[in-house]
Write a protein that binds this ligand. Structure first.
Ligand SMILES: CCCCCCCCCCC/C=C/C(=O)SCCNC(=O)CCNC(=O)[C@H](O)C(C)(C)COP(=O)(O)OP(=O)(O)OC[C@H]1O[C@@H](n2cnc3c(N)ncnc32)[C@H](O)[C@@H]1OP(=O)(O)O
Ligand SMILES: NC(=O)C1=CN([C@@H]2O[C@H](COP(=O)(O)OP(=O)(O)OC[C@H]3O[C@@H](n4cnc5c(N)ncnc54)[C@H](OP(=O)(O)O)[C@@H]3O)[C@@H](O)[C@H]2O)C=CC1
Length: 287
């Protein structure tokens, strides 16, 4: 028996539309692919690992009775990006919705971060996102229109251990504004979704080393007092991809449960607990 995931979108919202979700095999990307698929789109997912994509395809079919199409692609590799976009267009005929969700980083203090490490993260989050946008625009959207949603990370006030990623994500947000201006005449809308801290099994594996204490502090500093879910980010991305958002372009939508921990920090002293501006904490007490 299929126990279909819940969705707030209507079943045929994206009838005859083709969507491509990078990093769609896990976490937030998989939740977005699921929402788009339940809303009637033909959905392609990509990522570096063929195994993750196959697992996702099987899980999606088991949960929904619907198919996903898969193609491995490292978005930092121009040949891969060319092959992926050509394959989707050859097999499905259009790319109406592009979700640039693939991304990530490793936590590292600025003093220990090498140029190679900095560029690895910039190439993934900024250059990879740009080349996906450009290829899809040049090959399809420039003549047919469409919508693009870039998944970034809510750290516009900065975040310790994330100098590389913060710079890349800020780059994506600004690039998005420029592309929205250049491409609106072609009927292309492009926006960002800026998640706060979202629980995904795959994503959190990378941060285990920071420890439960850090995680607990983060949760207490979020006004909603909980982490977000992948489905909550998916709702925002799918709304921005829909006709309901037809007058929205060049914007960034935060999905963060209120003011995020990058602005406010938990303050604990002699049984008193409160929130203070993050910058007011002594350096070593920060994340
Ligand atoms: C208990 C939980 C507490 C939770 C607390 C949460 C706090 C913040 C959470 C923020 C929320 C964000 C969530 C997410 O973004 S979820 C996404 C999750 N996925 C990822 O983050 C992806 C994981 N990372 C990667 O896939 C790779 O690291 C990456 C693609 C970014 C780079 O891989 P690549 O293969 O290109 O790089 P290399 O391994 O070849 O390394 C290249 C150089 O990079 C430097 N490097 C690499 N790793 C480190 C490291 N850990 N520390 C320092 N430097 C590093 C290094 O210079 C490499 O060069 P060398 O090989 O010559 O040394
Ligand atoms: N979880 C969170 O708290 C937050 C997450 N985000 C962002 O949301 C997005 C999804 O995160 P989340 O679902 O949590 O984490 P995941 O690790 O599950 O998602 C990252 C996805 O990106 C893919 N990916 C990584 N590198 C590449 C690459 N070079 N080319 C193509 N695909 C790649 C991965 O697949 P594969 O390894 O097979 O390539 C994976 O499917 C990321 O951009 C993340 O930084 C933003 C804010 C908060």
């Amino acid at each position: 028996m299929n126990t279909k995931p819940k969705t707030v979108f209507r079943p045929k919202l994206f009838d005859k539309k083709v969507a491509l979700v990078t990093g769609g095999g896990t976490g937030i990307g998989f939740a977005i692919a699921t929402e788009l698929s339940l809303a009637g789109a033909t959905v392609w997912i990509s990522g570096r690992s063929e195994e993750k994509l196959d697992d996702a395809e099987k899980r999606h079919f088991k949960e929904t009775g619907l198919r996903l199409l898969t193609q491995p692609c490292d978005i930092r590799n121009a040949t891969d990006v060319d092959a992926l976009t050509s394959e989707v267009l050859t097999k499905s005929g259009s790319i109406d919705i592009l979700i640039n969700n693939a991304g990530g980083q490793f936590p590292c203090s600025a003093e220990e971060l090498s140029n190679k490490g900095f560029m690895a993260v910039v190439n993934l989050n900024l250059l990879g996102t740009f080349s996906m946008c450009r290829e899809v625009f040049n090959k399809y959207m420039s003549t047919h229109g469409g919508s693009i949603a870039n998944i970034t990370l809510g750290m516009n006030n900065g975040m310790p251990l994330m100098a590389h990623s913060g710079a890349a994500r800020a780059g994506v947000e600004n690039m998005t504004k420029t592309l929205s201006q250049e491409w609106i005449a072609s009927g292309v809308r492009i926006n960002c979704v800026r998640p706060g801290i979202i629980y995904t099994e795959s994503g959190f594996d990378n941060y285990k080393g920071l420890g439960d204490d850090v995680l607990n502090k983060i949760v207490r500093s979020i006004p909603a007092k909980r982490l977000g879910t992948a489905e909550e980010v998916a709702s925002a991305a799918v709304f921005l991809s829909s006709d309901g958002a037809r007058y929205i372009t060049g914007q960034s939508l935060a999905v963060c449960g209120g003011q995020s921990f990058t602005h406010l920090a938990i303050f604990e002293q002699e049984d008193k607990v409160g929130l203070i501006p993050y910058g007011a904490l002594p350096l070593k007490a920060r994340l």
